[in-house]
Design a protein around this ligand. Sequence first.
Ligand code: KG4
Ligand code: ZN
Length: 350
Amino acid sequence: MLILGFESSCDETGVALVDASGHATPRLLGHALHSQIAMHQAYGGVVPELASRDHIRRVLPLTDEVMAQAGLDLSAVDAVAYTRGPGLAGALLVGSGVACALAMALDKPVIGIHHLEGHLLSPFLSTDPPEFPFVALLVSGGHTQLMRVDGVGRYELLGETIDDAAGEAFDKSAKLLGLDYPGGPALSRLAQEGDPQAYRFPRPLMHSGDLDFSFAGLKTAVLTQVKKLAHARPEGPATLHLADPLTLGQKADVAASVQAAIVEVLVRKSLSAIDQTGLRRLVVAGGVGANARLREQLNAACARRGVRVHYPELHLCTDNGAMIALAAGLRVQAGLAAESLRQPAYRFDV
Ligand code: KG4
Ligand code: ZN
């Protein structure tokens, strides 16, 4: 059972081929990715129209690359998977359009995959895959969720952000510091040079007793601190250049302190979810899962409690096609794709 998967929800075009034959964890046969980061950087964020157009340009060459890596022809493909959402509408339409057209041409079924399910299951492609059941911390640019995962398709939401996502908190703080998009990795690089205790930023909802998160207040606290340091008037407007008067050392201290606040909340809530469920395994997925401090602190806290932590391979933390092909493979193996496998390829949804 060979499944070709497409990811195009935001600013990465990803294509991958997995072998989901039998019941062994699907195996990656080919994988290609094109990041649009350089293209969007000049605008300080993702420009949806440019994103869609670039997906159109990249998707077929990447597909050829994947099939060449696998040494196979498209006729070997048994099913086609694509990200059906959430994401940018135009960007999603490129992936779904290509996937469905290809499936129709090959007369094969098409499987729509929820983007977050792709992230959630991505650690199954690592050399140290988790076993069910586990607690999952899903931390991406748009979502921050804690889930109980009992099997493929058996997900219970334990808590989530009531406003901004953790990735958004990284990105918005980075913007206030005048760092390049994407802010998360830039902020965490700068944070390595700073003191995480330089400023005491709020840890919202940390002691709320539930498993919800709130990160919107954090950017206001960062803004206030940056203004204070820049000697700007407190009521002055936030501009991209607000942080210009700050020294590199001041910026690094703000970066380290805000990262420490976000990470502390994520670690504390993940441990609460472990305690509340009684489960002994934690899976971390989504772009923020690439953060080195988050990994360090989770590893240390979980080791103290005898809890195993699993991550996707670093290059599969952010968006990619492998996680979409994998999720489709796992759903097929779990008997959850029967409906998709019967459905004609022209009835797709995004
Ligand atoms: O999962 P992802 O690639 O896309 C979404 O589905 O949203 O996550 C992107 C998010 C962005 O907010 C980005 O800044 C953040 O993940 N991110 C990081 C790091 N790498 C990516 N945040 C903190 N530290 C990182 N090393
Ligand atoms: Zn994502």
